[in-house]
Ligand binder design. Structure first.
Ligand code: B12
Ligand code: SF4
Ligand code: SF4
Length: 389
């Protein structure tokens, strides 16, 4: 958490009047490229609390922790900053990154650059302005301590879409959110009256049906969550995953709000899983250091790379060597995923070989399921197959 810090260079330090302070915060916020601040009360987020509880009781929250770990705390602004009287809500719009036709993998736009860090740095500076004016202030962003969308909704920074994301006219859903909690009393803003009307495009675009119920995300089948969740990726959704390495943007790309005004950027280098699988753990972690990775375990990135490699139409050059290496990886989740990838590319020899030496029950199951599919497709070549089971 950031919050108290030195005043930014050039920021006068003699404010006490909240009205003037808010004017100056808004001016600096615009200079920093932010949306807001809009002011929300520090009442408990009762609506968010009941939605989190409903998601937990219906199982839609899957095994997510975050704000689902301790809902009373995450929905009580006083647990972020004792004595807080106002919440300032901010957004940072980010571009839609378009994946080239030649790409062999994709990353969701919010994860292409560290937009969270950019917003965090800006909020630190704004916090310092408040602190220098004699108030307490704390900035919070994408943490378990509060519900970012709740503050944005209540302050009217944006409105809630059926994709469960906050939308603004200019950015649509392409913005990340953060707040400053302070004991300074600012005049409150009102929620936005806008809504989605009859539009259902995000619901239709979702590849798994995770948004079948408007405004209710089912994390059990949301690709964005499953790409972050540790362990084996659900086998029934591996093909649907396609070439997504991290994050999923289908319910953002499909949204017409802000579609004409948000910038669209292209990657200079197409993403290539074989290239990344050749890297050692340290290099992988350093390349993707800004991503949330469970237990900071590089095996998780390898699992995701193997999944998208398995969804390539043809086995790319160098891929069989990479798959073979990962069939003997120390992590059984990586070995199991590599077996699936080998099966997708018909690498019967590799599967037969690792079946003999594999000790893990789960991985043997993955190998046997991959072999069974190949046998069913008529493959019997080269090696005498080991009968599955
Ligand atoms: C857990 C989490 C996830 C989970 C679950 C997402 C979810 N919908 O809750 C997973 C891993 C799936 C996820 C995915 C993504 N996330 Co996320 N995530 C979070 C996190 C940590 C907590 C969210 C939370 O508390 N949810 C629980 C409850 C409160 O939210 P809810 O389920 O949406 O409930 C609301 C709706 O149901 C709605 N509602 C219910 N009924 C009705 C009825 C009507 C009529 C209306 C109007 C509304 C309504 O109101 C409820 C209360 O607000 C926040 C950061 C944070 N600390 O807040 C980021 C956050 C929500 N994620 C963010 C982003 C960028 C993403 C992704 C776009 C990343 C990607 N490209 O893959 C995807 C988008 C998927 C999606 N459609 O939501 C941003 C969203 C910014 C924005 N514009 O809203 C946040 C705010 C991070 C940040 N600080 O910027 N995320
Ligand atoms: S992130 Fe992808 S899988 Fe999840 S709700 Fe949006 S479109 Fe569906
Ligand atoms: S796609 Fe349509 S329904 Fe979904 S969030 Fe955007 S405006 Fe709302």
């Amino acid at each position: 958490m950031t919050g108290r810090g030195r005043a930014a260079a050039g920021v006068p330090s003699d404010y006490l009047d909240p009205t003037q302070l808010l004017i100056d915060l808004r001016r600096r916020s615009v200079e920093l490229g932010l949306i807001g601040p809009r002011v929300a009360s520090t009442d408990r987020f009762e609506f968010e609390f009941s939605e989190i509880e409903a998601a937990l009781s219906e199982g839609r929250s899957s095994t997510m922790a975050f704000t689902f770990r301790n809902p009373p705390r995450s929905t009580d602004p006083s647990s972020a900053l004792d004595g807080a009287k106002s919440i300032l809500s901010f957004g940072l719009g980010y571009p839609q990154w378009s994946t080239a036709e030649t790409a062999k993998g994709s990353i969701a736009s919010y994860a292409v650059r560290d937009y969270y860090q950019q917003l965090r740095d800006s909020l630190s500076e704004l916090c310092a302005m408040i602190v220098d004016s004699g108030y307490r202030a704390l900035s919070v962003l994408d943490q378990n301590v509060t519900v970012d969308k709740g503050a944005a909704r209540r302050s009217g920074l944006g409105w809630m879409g059926k994709n469960t994301l906050i939308l603004t006219n200019k950015t649509g859903p392409y913005l990340v959110l953060g707040e400053i909690f302070t004991d300074c009393i600012f005049v409150r803003d009102q929620p936005s009256p806008k809504g989605c009307g009859n539009c259902q495009r995000c619901q239709v675009a979702c590849p798994t049906g995770a948004l079948n119920q408007a405004y209710k995300l089912d994390a059990r089948i949301c690709l964005s969550w499953l790409l972050q969740k540790a362990g084996s990726f659900p086998i029934e959704l591996r093909e649907t995953l396609g070439l997504r390495f991290y994050g999923c943007d289908d319910c953002l790309v499909s949204c017409p709000v802000g579609a004409k005004s948000r910038p669209i950027y292209s990657f200079e280098e197409p993403f290539d899983p074989v290239f990344w699988l050749e890297h050692d753990d340290a290099a992988l972690m350093s390349a993707f250091s800004a991503l949330y990775i469970p237990k900071r375990d590089p095996s998780h990135l390898r699992r995701n790379l193997l999944l998208i490699l398995g969804n390539h139409a043809t086995c790319p050059s160098g891929a069989d060597a990479a798959i073979e290496r990962h069939l003997t990886h120390p992590d059984p989740v990586v070995r199991g995923t590599a077996a699936w990838t080998a099966g997708r590319h018909g690498l019967l020899n590799l599967l037969n070989r690792c079946h003999v030496s594999e000790s893990s029950h789960e991985v043997r199951g993955e190998i046997e399921s991959a072999l069974a599919k190949l046998y069913a497709a008529g493959r019997r070549d080269q090696f005498e197959p080991i009968s599955p089971g």
